[in-house]
Design a protein around this ligand. Structure first.
Ligand code: GTP
Ligand code: MG
Length: 197
């Protein structure tokens, strides 16, 4: 699939105000600063469609982008650095929980993981929680341009091992770099397949 058009539609803190759930949608979630907004810009060939920052906590609302006039790509706030998040129910923030639980047209939640880090408890917990709610999950390892090939392969092996301690099967795993425009075809092919289902 090629992205021919990408339009910003809305930015809301409340899932009830989001666009009517009448088109399929795919969302990017993950720790603050992992590169969710940058990856949306990379897919959409834009520098500014989604707002990015080197400071964690840039995206604070649910942002809908209409792609090819047929499906939504959604940029969500990060978890992990959010103010007061530890006191919230499952620790991911009410907005994220509501979004995941209530967005009936959600085709797949892409959980972004920083490829440079060892497995983080909050990422594993989030994947587990989303899975327990019957949400389809795929993983995207980000910022692979920041690692040497050997380090990347080592980190991936460690991660897969951590995943297999909790689950029998690995989810789909895609490697990406927004800086080097890597992983675009894999992500769009994955979405294309999901749209056909
Ligand atoms: P929040 O909105 O705060 O949750 O963050 P986010 O996950 O949307 O991250 P964002 O896209 O704003 O990127 C965070 C920082 O990482 C920015 O300084 C980006 O330039 C940088 N970054 C994102 N993706 C990549 C990548 O693939 N490679 C490199 N080298 N830097 C990246
Ligand atoms: Mg963001």
């Amino acid at each position: 699939m090629k992205i021919r058009s990408a339009e910003f539609i809305s930015s809301f803190a409340d899932v009830k105000k989001c666009p009517a759930p009448d088109l399929p949608e795919f969302a990017f979630i993950g720790r603050s600063n992992v590169g969710k907004s940058s990856l949306i810009n990379m897919l959409a060939h834009s520098n500014s469609l989604a707002k990015t920052s080197s400071t964690p906590g840039k995206t604070q609302t649910i942002n809908h982008f209409l792609i090819n006039k047929t499906w939504y790509l959604v940029d969500l706030p990060g978890y992990g650095f959010a103010k007061g998040s530890k006191t919230k129910r499952a620790g991911f923030g009410q907005m994220i929980e509501d979004y995941v639980l209530k967005r009936e047209n959600l085709g797949c939640l892409f959980v972004l993981i920083d490829s440079r880090l060892p497995p983080q408890a909050n990422d594993l917990n989030f994947i587990e929680w989303a899975g327990s709610k019957d949400v389809a999950v795929a993983l995207i390892f980000t910022k692979i341009d920041k690692l040497k090939q050997g380090e990347l392969q080592k980190n991936l092996k460690v991660y897969e091992k951590a995943l297999l301690l909790r689950w029998e099967e690995l989810p789909a795993i895609i490697l990406s770099s927004a800086a080097k425009s890597q992983g675009k075809d894999e992500i769009l092919d994955f979405i294309d397949e999901a749209l056909k289902e």
